[in-house]
Design a protein around this ligand. Structure first.
Ligand code: NAD
Ligand code: MG
Length: 389
């Protein structure tokens, strides 16, 4: 039996993973499941999968989770430290599907224990890519991509030599506002930004898809994960979300990964890697689909893309600044405190402030520096929010 742990088990990615695991529950020994406020879901899954441990990141939900699991053999814990403790428990495979920079410590800890980490949590790569991948290398651990574009690139690269790679193209649906007049974007509401044309995902990544911050993060994720230079990475608007990524080789060939917009494919690929096993996803009928469309991204509509280019060029801790400022700006947009277009303004202003005054971009990417940069960037982003005109 394979021992597994799921971080962020109650989220959109976590639930897709549980769907796959529950279909073949006898093959897995579930060690830990972690979640947040949805302790009812967490407890139900912990019972169903007979987990050793269930952890909520919120201490105030401890009693409720404990009551829900009374009479079972599932141990209960709460708080960020308890999630990190869960990451020390030996497993063969762990899914990193927490949303935000909160996924970094559990991911690093799991890698320190040699665990194969299936990484959906792109924020940890954006914030501290070299640290995370360095940790994996030091401990002989493997990081597998779960973001659909990166899984697609990873699959297109099987058996290939990186020296033959000329470019990597990641596709983007264009998000909720792809057809809106640009002038209207400033007034986009939370409800309007929280729906996606093709994918069913958590609220934060859905809003990040509308603003293209999700694709911006994925550009940085591509650079970090595959070690390609920024000028080799392209974004292509592809409304249908059926081609997830393409890899261009030096003989002119493009290897495209085509599949339905269902995260169970990328999660399942990482779960069974290096094997490929049957998965319960739709089989595409391309004749019925008929045609696929491609467009260049409109940079006036999506200022986040240029910010990602800037971060990739600046390097250092600018990814940590970018991610923290984006998380803070997104919190404020969700709270109704700032407008939709203010998010990219806040991130740009935070990058400006920190590169001119705090000089952290060039600092070494150590855990202490990352944590301090993340903390400071949230403060600077708060100041930038206060200065919005
Ligand atoms: P979600 O909001 O649906 O779920 C997030 C999970 O993280 C939940 O289990 C929640 O309880 C937990 N969580 C939230 N805050 C936490 C904290 N501070 N500490 C510990 N746990 C916390 O998010 P999602 O859409 O499943 O996305 C998860 C990650 O996967 C994100 O990094 C996202 O960018 C990435 N991703 C998601 C999709 C998708 O289809 N949803 C696709 C590609 C990548
Ligand atoms: Mg993606």
């Amino acid at each position: 039996m394979r021992r597994i742990t799921l971080f962020g088990a109650t989220g959109s990615v976590g639930q897709s993973a549980i769907d796959l695991i529950a279909r073949n529950a006898d093959a897995y020994d579930v060690v830990a499941l972690t979640g947040g406020r949805n302790v009812t879901q967490l407890a139900a899954d912990a019972r169903r999968l007979n987990a050793d441990l269930a952890v909520t990141c919120y201490p105030e939900y401890y009693e409720e989770l404990k009551a829900l699991l009374a009479g079972t053999s599932v141990a209960v814990a709460a708080g960020p430290d308890a999630i990190v403790e869960a990451a020390t428990r030996p497993v063969d495979w762990a899914l990193s599907a927490i949303v935000g920079a909160a996924g970094l410590m559990p991911g690093l800890t799991a890698l320190s224990h040699g665990t194969t980490l299936a990484l959906a949590n792109k924020e940890s790569l954006v914030t501290a890519g070299p640290l995370l991948l360095g940790r994996a290398k030091d401990h002989g651990a493997t990081v597998l991509p779960v973001d659909s574009e990166h899984s697609a690139v990873f699959q297109a690269l099987v058996g290939e030599d990186m020296v033959a790679v000329e470019r990597v193209i990641i596709t983007a649906s264009g998000g909720a506002f792809r057809d809106w007049p640009v002038e209207k974007l400033a007034h986009a509401t939370l409800a309007e930004a929280s729906s996606h044309p093709n994918w069913d995902m958590g609220q934060r990544i859905t809003i990040d898809s509308a603003s293209m911050f999700n694709k911006a993060m994925e550009l940085i994720e591509t650079k970090e994960f595959f070690g390609v230079s920024p000028d080799m990475i392209e974004v292509l608007i592809h409304r249908e979300s059926l081609i997830h990524a393409m890899v261009g080789f030096n003989d002119g060939a493009l290897m495209a990964h085509v599949g339905p917009p269902d995260m169970r494919h990328a999660i399942g690929y990482a779960l069974h890697w290096p094997d490929r096993k049957a998965l319960p996803v739709e089989r595409l009928d391309l004749a019925k689909i008929g045609s696929l469309s491609f467009e260049a991204p409109d940079h006036a509509r999506y200022p986040a893309l240029a910010l990602a280019t800037r971060v990739m060029q600046e390097g250092g801790l600018s990814g940590a600044v970018f991610n923290a400022a984006k998380e803070r700006a997104l919190d404020e947009f969700i709270a109704g405190e700032i407008g939709f277009l203010d998010m990219s303004r806040v991130v740009a202003a935070t990058l400006d402030k920190m590169s001119s005054s705090d000089g952290l971009q060039n600092a070494e990417i150590t855990l202490d520096n990352v944590i301090e940069t993340d903390r400071l960037a949230r403060i600077r982003a708060g100041e930038a929010i206060g200065q919005l005109g």
